[in-house]
Ligand binder design. Structure first.
Ligand SMILES: [Ca+2]
Ligand SMILES: [Ca+2]
Length: 183
């Protein structure tokens, strides 16, 4: 059903504008179409082992690995480390109560946080760095455990708090991958 609708939309676009449509645009059309179908029909749209939420699928690892390994593992499964774009997505991840790596790092330029799709965090519109109170907040690039600082971000849910912290990229943590739903 989803694939048929996508072809229909694709053909209309081709007739109306008579230009080639980028693969990225086709994927986004397909995602939108699948999303509306899932909302109204409750379709199952994720591979086994992945959790459906909205139009996306999420993989919560059991293994703890360093940040680079987690990034590569998500890509090897056809997804990417999770990119958090909204309060709703953060709330969903909070509900899973994990301390997992997310797809955010500042290891190229200190303080300039980039998602794994190379988009800067400053353009996301939201962020969920933990504010500890007393003017202390994350990210703090602490060099206590690693002299190179803290250049990778993970979810954190200590007592009374929930959000993101920066941590040494070589630490071992579980991770969350994000991928498109499949039908
Ligand atoms: Ca840093
Ligand atoms: Ca930190």
């Amino acid at each position: 059903m989803c694939t048929l609708t996508y072809i229909f939309i694709y053909n209309i676009q081709m007739m109306e504008v008579s230009i080639s449509i980028s693969t990225e645009y086709i994927i986004s059309l397909r995602t939108l179409t699948c999303f509306s179908e899932c909302v109204f029909k409750g379709c199952k749209s994720c591979l086994d082992g992945w959790v459906s939420h909205g139009a996306k699928c999420y993989f919560f690892s059991n293994d703890a690995v360093n940040w680079t390994h987690s990034r590569d593992h998500c890509v090897s499964m056809g997804g990417h480390l999770v990119i958090i774009n909204s309060q709703q997505e953060q709330t969903f991840l909070r509900s899973m109560n994990v301390n997992s790596w997310i797809g955010l790092n500042d290891f190229e330029t200190e303080g300039w946080w980039l998602w794994v799709d190379n988009k800067p965090l400053s353009q996301t519109g939201v962020n969920f760095w933990i504010k500890w109170g007393g003017g202390v907040s994350e990210p703090n690039n602490s060099k206590k455990d690693d002299p190179s600082g803290e250049n990778c971000a993970r979810l954190s849910n200590p007592e009374g708090y929930s959000g993101w912290v920066d941590a040494p990229c070589g630490e071992l943590h579980a991770f969350v991958c994000e991928g498109l739903s499949v039908n």
